[in-house]
Write a protein that binds this ligand. Sequence first.
Ligand SMILES: Nc1nc2c(c(=O)[nH]1)N[C@H]1C(S)=C(S)[C@@H](COP(=O)(O)O)O[C@H]1N2
Ligand SMILES: [Mo]
Length: 327
Amino acid sequence: MITRKSAPWQLPIEAATPEHLFFNRRKIIKAAGVLGVGALAGCNPSSGEAQTASGGAYPAPEADLDFSESAYTVNDDLTSYDAVTGYNNFYEFGTGKDDPARYADEMTVTDWKVTVDGRANNTGEFALTDLVDYGALEERVYRLRCVEAWSMVVPWVGVPLSDVIAKLEPTDEAKYVKFETYLNPEEMRGVRRNVLDWPYVEGLRMDEAMNELAFVAVGVYGKALPKQNGAPVRIVVPWKYGFKSAKSIARISFISDQPRTAWQKAQANEYGFYSNVNPTVSHPRWSQASERIIGAGPFARRDTEMFNGYEDQVAHLYEGMDLSENF
Ligand SMILES: Nc1nc2c(c(=O)[nH]1)N[C@H]1C(S)=C(S)[C@@H](COP(=O)(O)O)O[C@H]1N2
Ligand SMILES: [Mo]
């Protein structure tokens, strides 16, 4: 069932969510669960649904998990399932927001292996079920705030990143963890262009990775992660810009030196290693003070919050650092 550590800042969902929203939310999760069952049984409700279901190809959340008491939530409407799975950034499939939903189905996700290397006691090739405890999945509603100044509110399903890292036993020499996305030009039409230096690389400082908010998602809306959202396994780092949350992870490396990320290699003056959500530090080409709310109409905006609203949980990680230099 749901495993939860309690911290003073956590509110029960009933306290954090207006009642009408709470009940709508429960309905949404239930509906998602029912769809999940159909998907696993091999039924194919619509063509749009086809690639959102694992069809048994990779481990998926069980449909009857009750996530109503998740302690991790935000006090805002969920972004619709259609928007979460239809408006994406996954440049391996193209730079258009609808390219991932259109083309990610070409990615093979059966028999997924994650290579773990570097400064850790447990290295080698891991099956997903050896990395992620599918019996301990939990739901967390996190806002994903893209560097392009839009955001969405997503009910992710997964486990804390710290739980996965604990299994791998990094040594004291591991100061950073690097994540690499699966790469196959035959299946990923976007990588035939040099938009980024493939494979997609992201990384975190070890203490950031071990923070309780850092998450490994295997599902969304109570069912298996659609390919366009990074099936079968992705990272979610809610206090950082969306691009830090690397998708379809194929390699995890524990290293001593700060890795250069794909976005740093592309444009180091625009995308730093830290990429903490910060309304006071503009992107060189646009303000980060506010954001467009995806799925809420063309004019719906909100003010961007420091660390995406998680200041209490993560500000201590950056004490003494100049965040306009370490952007
Ligand atoms: N491998 C890979 N991971 C990626 C990206 C990408 O292009 N390739 N885009 C990032 C960006 S910019 C964002 S905003 C989020 C979007 O996640 P979503 O499509 O599930 O909302 O994924 C991130 N992870
Ligand atoms: Mo993004």
